[in-house]
Design a binder for this molecule. Sequence first.
Ligand code: SF4
Length: 435
Amino acid sequence: MERWEADEAFRELLEQNPREAASRYGLTADAESARPIWDRYFDQTQPTSLGVQRYRSFVREKLQHRDELRLTSKPRSAAFHAWRGRQMARTTSQLGPAKSHGIVHPLAAFELSKGCSVGCWFCGISAPKLGDIFSYSDANRGLWRDVCQVWREEIGPAAEQAFLYWATDPMDNPDFEKFSCDFHELCGYFPQTTTALPLRDVDRTKRLLRLSEERGCLLNRFSLLTLKILDRVHESFSAEELAFVELVMQIRKDTPSKAVAGRALEKALKKGEVDYQTSTIACISGFLISMVDRTIRLISPCPASNRWPLGYQIFAEGTFETAEDFRRQLQRMTSGEFMPMAVSSRTSVGLRSDLSWSTSEQGLTLSSYYLHQTFRGPDSYALEKLGRMLAERRWTAEEVALGVDSDLATTFLLLNQMFRSGILDEEPVALSLSC
Ligand code: SF4
């Protein structure tokens, strides 16, 4: 299936002559018995082989695991939990249910180097060239372990929902494994690895896969840039070693880039392509922490745009020197200033700029490119007024509640339903680093 996904020539040959395709590519699996998973014309009501059933269960289990991670990560802070829920609702409306269903919204990513040595053409987060590396010196080790400790204390058991790379490749940091072991010890889970450099040092990669498996990490990923790299990965690693490694195909000719964001967006703009739909590879609704620069940002995915070219919005930024600074920043960013729990009378309320509104017998409908959400409540005159005032985006909740000329409690209830659904605009204004 990896070969089938990546290689157009293989797909063509497979359709014409399955046995020949299997033998030419050195595959021992019986291509005929695997037909239900590669032949789109196969009658899916027919019985399938045990191998196909097992493969499908395996895929289902992976998807189920992803959904569990998405829905069960509950940070200790109720404000953070509610904020993350709103960001998940907003991304579903802005990116569409199909795309957003694949976003896990982990709570944090820690960068252990600055930039990335790979330089992928599609890099959705425009990683700069590799610069400083956060080495495992005594001082850095101390800071790292203290930061992990604080992260666990502030976030609770959900602290394990984090990983140790962002616009970086884990294998660029020679001490990645040591940092991962510390995170496992202090936060409860061995973090998942995604690397585009599985072949740089095959023995090291194999050791990392073994370490990761021994410590209970369920899945890792290799990002593959060419068919040659795929060939070499299949030569260098056994099927068993790759069983719990997803090969993410980023092969320019045969597969589209995962998202039009970052460098892929820059390229599309340069080529004057106008028919693309922007997207994102960002997945965190939480904190992006650079251990090199000692910065912390509160971010959440959004479609890439001129304003948010990297496909995520930045809600708050700060710096830290010590673990206690880091704690203060976490507490500041999970406070009511950045994560209000509800609409109060003084809250400015307006629709997200990508939404349009209309009223009908069913109620007030707010529509994005992908989703229509309808809210029922007061009479149609009041709903019409509510839609208009929210679209004007210049009123407080109190002014709206008085303006729609309906029962105040009902209007506040509606506004809070919209707030929880990610309908009300929370898009941050431009920020500058502050302590
Ligand atoms: S996609 Fe990943 S590996 Fe490629 S340049 Fe960006 S950060 Fe590096």
